[in-house]
Design a protein around this ligand. Structure first.
Ligand code: AMP
Ligand code: MG
Length: 363
């Protein structure tokens, strides 16, 4: 009884459980307020530029605007430096110099040597459907440039004769890197360079302490951390037949990259025929594929970029066969009105356009 009397509340006094609840509620409210204020303090810094033949849009989020601006300016300079190494359209780039001295050893930067080595690995893995040695073919057709044209069969045959990733040699001596191409051979890193540049820039930003950013290199998207709202980034997959910005679905990812290849991206029309910018290295002709678009979501953007191009060249049946053996790679292949996904993509991809049907690629 006495116990009961001691705990009996006075006017305005709370019972013990209610008091605990009130304290917890107050703490939660304060935390929410602090979080709300700090979330509002998150700044967005945007940087737009044109590198590697494409529009680049970088967005970084955080409290320190000055820091983010410095970081994105640094990223812009880095992209420009890397373009100077990897571009086939810059006369003194590593890639152009290697092509100009085919048959001879040429010294290249460590970054170009690393990219070339990775390219050869992926060319091997994809049965040469991705082949960085079709530079002469790409130049001959000029798709995406003002001098695009349909070359003669002889020209195509001649440009193709020098191609072949197996003919490339790489070596390292005393910390210096060298490449040797076959006579008449030219490199083109257009199918992989955006991914590699995105990987390098992402690593630098993350090392410097950027924790939230979206890097869009002409559709090659790389994200750092989670989206500003704390959830995963939602990266839309472009509808292949609708205007830009119409999506068939999206990937929800953190710390990853999402890369798409498709004929709708860049093409050239002559006499009613549409020629896409992706070539079939076995013919030297623009690829004729029954794939509308193929998307890879992977932490390694270099790999995702090159693989998308390769799968596009393979066509639907072969690329599904290829992915069947690699269920851990998140891939989405759109062909006709079907959307094929790997088991890995099932976890992160959502189809929103109900005009398409979803099919899982069996293992
Ligand atoms: P992507 O947009 O990543 O699919 O890459 C297409 C670009 O890569 C083209 O504009 C060419 O510069 C180059 N390219 C085209 N076809 C191939 C191929 N089969 N293998 C390697 N590079 C290619
Ligand atoms: Mg690519």
């Amino acid at each position: 009884m006495s116990v009961f009397i001691r705990f009996k509340k006075r006017a305005g006094e709370l019972s013990q459980p209610r008091a605990i609840f009130t304290v917890l509620f107050a703490v939660a409210l304060v935390a929410l307020l602090i979080f709300g204020v700090s979330a509002r303090r998150e700044k967005e810094v945007v940087s737009e530029s044109f590198h590697l033949g494409t529009y680049i849009n970088l967005r970084a989020y955080g409290r320190d605007k000055k820091f983010l601006e410095t970081e994105l300016n640094g990223a812009k300079s880095e992209m420009s430096r890397l373009e100077g190494l990897f571009s086939a359209n810059i006369a003194d780039s590593d890639i152009s110099r290697a092509g100009a001295s085919s048959g001879e050893w040429v010294e290249i930067s460590a970054e170009t040597a690393s990219l070339a080595a990775r390219s050869l690995e992926i060319a091997n893995m994809t049965g040469g459907t991705f082949d960085p040695t079709i530079g002469a073919i790409v130049k001959l057709w000029g798709i995406g440039t003002s001098s695009a044209r349909v070359p003669s069969r002889e020209e195509t045959a001649q440009a193709l004769a020098a191609a072949g990733w197996e003919k490339v040699s790489l070596c390292e001596e005393d910390g210096k890197y060298f490449i040797k191409l076959a006579h008449g051979q030219m490199l083109d890193m257009g199918a992989i360079a955006k991914g590699r540049v995105a990987d390098i820039v992402r690593a630098k930003l993350a090392d410097d302490g950027v924790t939230c950013a979206l890097l869009n290199l002409g559709g090659n998207v790389v994200v750092i951390g989670s989206a500003p709202n704390g959830g995963p980034w939602k990266i839309g997959i472009q509808h292949p037949d609708e205007p830009r910005g119409e999506y068939i679905g999206f990937f929800a990812v953190t710390d990853s990259s999402v890369v798409t290849s498709g004929a709708y991206e860049r093409y050239f029309e002559a006499d009613g025929v549409r020629y896409c910018h992706i070539f079939d290295p076995s013919t030297g002709l623009p690829a004729v594929s029954d794939i509308s678009s193929v998307t890879i979501a992977d932490a390694d953007s270099t790999f995702a970029d090159a693989l998308c191009t390769a799968l596009y060249v393979m066509g639907c049946a072969k690329s599904l066969e290829f992915m069947r053996a690699r269920p851990d790679i998140a891939a989405v292949v759109v062909s006709d009105k079907k959307v094929y996904i790997t088991p890995a993509a099932k976890k992160t991809f959502t189809l929103t356009d109900k005009n398409f049907t979803l099919e899982e690629i069996p293992q």
